[in-house]
Design a binder for this molecule. Structure first.
Ligand SMILES: N[C@@H](CCC(=O)N[C@@H](CS)C(=O)NCC(=O)O)C(=O)O
Length: 299
């Protein structure tokens, strides 16, 4: 089955888009414009109203680290995570946690100070404090990168994709080349990567202008997800690619399949086998195809 990844331009979901390109497996994209994140359609996918989300079968994987790990453990080619139980894996997890728990909250304050304080003066103080803290965290990352072009290890990992996505949130006021030379070199290496370039291209163009070539099999906007007409025919190549993906997946996928068939449907997920007609109507799912997409099935 081709999984569907829900993303919003200029957010941390860029990391998942990059990793989807790196993995080389068939995928579908659904763009969720920022103003649609808390709309009724997307809330059915992610009740937190946050991107990214990944729909696979009846279930939705949410949260960056869970999604990136899911993808990396099922990718083709060079592994995007170290093997379990190795020092390299410990280092990756340490820095993934650092990004998620030490760095990301500072950006949350930077962009959403009004969620934490009412007065303009207090908000400004919070933002200034977050930026000061952020410089210290970025300096730590600069030292960690050192001579490498990755955050840990010798080859690119999901950690690099996540860090790269976050760096865009401070590029307006940080002089990377002058103050964080190793981070700057890391950014340049990432910008030269074809998967990163493709992900950036997809994010910055209109959905209609992006060709669904390579691993990208379908690209739609959330407001169209539940109202698409039935397709005329299956796209050539999907079946073969998906069969190969199924064959190559880890044992964990057997568990996924078992749970996908089970009672794991999400609240409001009208695509579940047992969804009533009323539930489907309420969720604006008028066609069989839309129902199939909502279930994450291949077109
Ligand atoms: N803990 C979540 C955070 C995701 C997150 O904060 N996403 C932001 C964009 S980078 C978002 O969707 N914000 C919308 C909102 O908070 O309303 C994860 O790691 O996936």
């Amino acid at each position: 089955m081709a999984k569907m990844f829900f993303y919003c331009p200029r957010t941390s979901s860029l990391a998942g888009q990059i990793v989807l390109e790196w993995c080389g497996r068939a995928y579908q994209l659904c763009r969720v414009p920022y103003e649609e994140l808390h709309g009724a359609d997307y809330l059915q996918i992610n009740p937190r109203g946050k991107v990214p989300s990944l729909k696979v079968g009846d279930r939705v994987v949410r949260e960056n680290i869970a999604i990136l790990t899911y993808l990396a453990r099922r990718g083709k080619g060079t592994p995007l995570m170290a093997d379990y139980g190795t020092p390299a894996a410990d280092a990756e997890l340490e820095w993934l946690s650092f990004l998620a728990t030490e760095v990301a909250p500072l950006f949350l304050i930077q962009f959403g100070a009004s969620r934490f304080a009412e007065s303009d003066a207090t908000q400004a103080e919070l933002v200034a404090g977050a930026r000061t803290q952020l410089s210290a965290k970025l300096a730590e990352l600069d030292a960690q990168i050192g001579e490498r072009s990755t955050v840990t290890g010798d080859t690119k990992t999901i950690l690099d994709a996540l860090f790269f996505a976050m760096l865009r949130w401070c590029d307006a006021y940080v002089d990377f080349e002058k103050d964080l030379p190793n981070v700057h070199r890391f950014q340049q290496t990432m910008l030269a990567d074809p998967g990163v370039q493709r992900a950036l291209e997809i994010e910055s163009a209109d959905v209609a202008d992006i060709e669904t070539t390579g691993a990208l099999r379908k690209h739609i906007v959330i407001t169209d997800l539940f109202k698409e007409p039935a397709p005329e025919a299956d796209k050539a190549g999907d079946t073969e690619a998906d069969a190969s993906e199924e064959a190559d997946t880890l044992d964990a996928d057997a568990l996924d399949t078992a749970s996908d068939a089970g009672p794991e449907s999400e609240p409001g997920d009208a695509g579940g086998e047992d969804a009533s007609a009323a539930e489907i109507a309420e969720a604006k799912v008028p066609t069989d195809e839309a129902r199939a997409i909502a279930k994450g099935e291949e077109e």
